[in-house]
Design a protein around this ligand. Structure first.
Ligand SMILES: Cc1cc2nc3c(=O)[nH]c(=O)nc-3n(C[C@H](O)[C@H](O)[C@H](O)COP(=O)(O)O)c2cc1C
Length: 335
């Protein structure tokens, strides 16, 4: 197939490449989004936010709910099942500076499903459409919707899924971001990109963005061309790996992919990430939070087991930095 060099249109938002960073609860905060952007990611979504919470001004005012100053375009993802509350949250988030709103109809966490939110909405097409219409009418920016390929594979669940896809397109959703697993499958098995291709085939004029198992840039771009989808999101593949966006750009633009980062570059990026985190959070909490990313960063290290064992014990900024310097050839190591 001919190399398409066009990007991705999410309503009025046009990206120069057909991929962006997914919403990742507990990870995709300002620090991860900023690094992704620096490595070439054109747009990123926040962690999911509970719509009800962000309608309280004192909650929305917290730094973790605010977009970064130079961070545009950035989208806010919201979770809820009351159209008026979702619309109010969307409005407040746009007023706070977000450039797009993404409606979460996909989360498989049991506590979310029990409250009838996230993936539970996939059983309720009328409610999903009421939410979409309320949000669509409330905000001028692009409205995206995150789905999975149904609650499960039963005929009823599949009918609901197709009804939601068809009616959300009719009602002006700007893009559907679809994870190629059902809610019941959670993260088991392989994402079903044939199912995503079937959505695009049935609704060729709609913007359909795929999600699932995007770890390898060459394979992801091949899959995009093979399925005819408009784009894809990078989720787990970007944790502790902002380089994936640089490499994806190279593959997409037909340029050679650079060598993997050496230890010196890994060290600088880890320290940059740590610094970002600690600008936003108190040291004790921030170190615990950064540990989740560190576990992914150290996967590239030839002595990853020993590195994890040392770094996991570090409790302060000084200890984490000293550990990184020791294992990645920083100044302390040369002294
Ligand atoms: C830790 C974690 C948190 C996630 N949080 C969200 C979220 O808040 N909102 C959302 O729409 N999807 C969320 N997802 C799903 C991802 O955006 C993505 O659709 C899914 O991981 C499949 O892509 P991957 O296989 O490339 O990781 C999360 C996934 C993981 C692993």
């Amino acid at each position: 197939m001919k190399q398409r060099l066009d990007g991705l249109k999410l309503g009025s938002l046009v990206l120069d490449v057909p991929f962006f960073q997914a919403s990742l609860s507990g990870y995709s905060d300002l620090s991860m989004r900023t690094l992704a952007r620096r490595f070439g990611c054109p747009f990123a979504l926040t962690d999911v936010m509970l719509a009800k919470s962000v309608t309280y001004p004192q909650v929305l005012a917290k730094a973790c709910f605010q977009p970064g100053e130079d961070e545009h375009p950035v989208g806010a993802q919201i979770l809820g099942n009351t159209p008026a509350t979702m619309a109010r949250a969307a409005c407040d988030l746009v007023a706070a500076g977000y450039d797009a709103i993404d409606l979460n109809c996909a989360c498989p966490a049991p506590k979310v499903l029990r409250r009838g939110r996230g993936g539970a909405l996939l059983n309720h097409p009328d409610l999903v459409i009421d939410i979409l219409k309320a949000v669509r009418d409330a905000v001028p920016c692009p409205v995206l919707m995150k789905l999975r390929i149904g609650m499960n594979h039963s005929p009823e669940a599949q009918d609901s899924f197709w009804e939601i896809v068809a009616r959300s397109i009719e009602n002006g959703v700007d893009a559907l971001v679809i994870h190629g697993r059902t809610v019941s499958e959670r993260f088991r098995g392989k994402a079903d990109w044939d199912a995503l291709a079937a959505v695009k085939a049935r609704f060729p004029a709609a913007t359909i963005v795929g999600s699932g198992d995007v770890f390898d840039p060459v394979a992801a771009v091949d899959l995009l061309k093979k399925t005819g989808l408009d784009g894809f999101v990078v989720a787990r593949g970007a944790i502790g790996n902002p380089w994936i966006f640089r490499n994806l750009r190279c593959v997409w633009e037909g340029r050679p992919v650079p060598d993997p980062p050496d230890l010196a570059e890994q060290r600088l990026v880890m320290l940059e990430h740590l610094d970002h985190v600690l600008q936003g959070y108190p040291e004790k909490w921030g170190i615990g939070y950064f540990r989740k990313f560190m576990i992914y960063y150290v996967r590239r290290h030839p002595q990853r087991k020993q590195v994890v064992l040392t770094l996991i014990k570090a409790k302060t900024r000084a200890e984490v930095e000293a550990g990184i310097n020791a294992w990645y050839g920083g100044e302390a190591w040369h002294e």
